[in-house]
Design a protein around this ligand. Structure first.
Ligand SMILES: Nc1ncnc2c1ncn2[C@@H]1O[C@H](COP(=O)(O)OP(=O)(O)OP(=O)(O)O)[C@@H](O)[C@H]1O
Length: 265
């Protein structure tokens, strides 16, 4: 049961496997506490949103789950394996089961889109050049960029760059895809298209999606489940379906965050 007593999942989705679990996780930079007491599950095939005000620690949580920042306390479970208790080599291999799409798309500007998508395949697989080319083309087609493999990032729009970033993050067929503020810097139409892409990929490939977002339209459109982080108390205040939290949470900060802007409409 989440902190605010709201139903946290669709009963129909109960029984879904836990892909990632946090157990009493504490995160700090040096002595500075960012978040503590983080315990929640991310279920396989869900779009899970990490939300909360600016600077509350959303990216820090993502860094911890993706293996880049060790928690000061607690455990991060990936399919029941404790990520930070693994020897570094095994942890690195497990981290490759994740794909990450950063805010800018993080593409190499000197490489074409096809070369950008091919790069992780060249680095981490023994596939030959023809197989890599085919996979890169297929991933670009999945994100609606079938005809753009030969373009450079500077030659396409911001929304297309983000799509290409998704194709690259998917190169190694990740179990989980992480998105850091996917709609940042996009016009509303491109932002909605990216939301649709996230849902399409979730539905067609069954990939678990973890999305950091401030964008309420996007949070309500794509979020199956979520956690709300509070920057003042430095802990989570609620987990659950964002629409249900918006309508039923009895925690003031959560409702205020999820209902902001509504009073003007
Ligand atoms: N490498 C770092 N070293 C020290 N402090 C950091 C570091 N990265 C982030 N912080 C601090 O940790 C806190 C949480 O930062 P984080 O980027 O995780 O928050 P966020 O919720 O993702 O923020 P935003 O919504 O603005 O992107 C902030 O106070 C930030 O200044």
């Amino acid at each position: 049961m989440p902190a605010d007593g709201a139903p946290d999942r669709d009963p129909a989705r109960d029984g879904a496997q836990v892909q990632i679990g946090l157990r009493d996780v504490e995160l700090r930079y040096g002595d500075t506490l960012v978040q503590r007491g983080l315990s929640f599950d991310i279920h396989r095939g869900d779009v899970f949103v990490v939300m909360g005000g600016s600077g509350c620690g959303k990216s820090t949580v993502m860094r911890c789950i993706t293996g880049l920042l060790e928690p000061r306390a607690g455990r991060v479970l990936m399919q029941a394996v404790s990520l930070w208790e693994l020897p570094p080599g095994r942890r690195t291999r497990l981290m490759r089961r994740n794909g990450v799409m950063y805010q800018s798309g993080a593409l190499w500007s000197s490489m074409t889109l096809a070369e950008n998508v091919a790069l992780p395949l060249e680095q981490y697989t023994a596939l030959d050049a023809a197989q890599i080319r085919d996979i890169a083309e297929y991933k670009l087609a999945l994100v609606g960029l079938a005809d753009y493999g030969a373009y450079y990032p500077a030659e396409i729009s911001g929304g297309m760059r983000k799509r290409a970033g998704v194709a690259r993050a998917m190169a190694l067929d990740p179990d989980t895809l992480f998105f850091d503020e996917p709609s940042a810097g996009l016009d509303p139409i491109s932002a909605r298209r990216l939301d649709e892409l996230i849902l399409e990929l979730r539905d067609s490939l069954g990939t678990t999606m973890v999305v950091i977002s401030h964008d309420l339209d996007s949070i309500f459109a794509i979020g199956d489940d979520s956690v709300f982080l509070d920057g003042i108390s430095k802990t989570m205040l609620a987990t659950g379906n964002p629409r249900r939290l918006r309508d039923h949470s009895d925690i003031e900060q959560v409702r205020a965050f999820l209902n902001r802007g509504r009073e003007r409409t």
